[in-house]
Design a protein around this ligand. Structure first.
Ligand SMILES: [Zn+2]
Length: 102
């Protein structure tokens, strides 16, 4: 595998955002360079994706997320923490329509 392709930007398969994703691999450990099987979370929509062997992003279906929850609870907790943070950030990005109505 050519590692120079690993640092390219990818598109989120869920929302299409041009993204350099948030890694959730090995929480609490040194950051690792992108590699197949690494999980990442879209900064915009919170989709949990996995890098494929060809370094493309693939959104994890719910049953695979459940598998992570069962087999790697610490990693799953980290994923949930990151997704909660993204959800919170959405509130600040959302248009404040209600506040504009007087
Ligand atoms: Zn996305």
């Amino acid at each position: 595998m050519n590692l120079t392709t690993a640092s390219r930007k990818s598109h989120c398969p869920a929302c299409g955002l041009d993204t350099d994703t948030v890694s959730v691999d090995a929480p609490g450990m040194e950051p690792q360079p992108p590699h197949p099987g690494q999980l990442s979370i879209c900064r915009k929509c919170g989709a949990v994706c996995e890098l494929t062997d060809s370094m493309d992003l693939r959104e994890l279906p719910d049953n695979e997320l459940s598998g992570i929850r069962d087999e790697k609870p610490a990693m799953y907790e980290h994923i949930e923490t990151v997704r909660d943070a993204i959800e919170s950030a959405k509130k600040f990005r959302a248009p404040k329509r209600e506040a504009a109505i007087r």
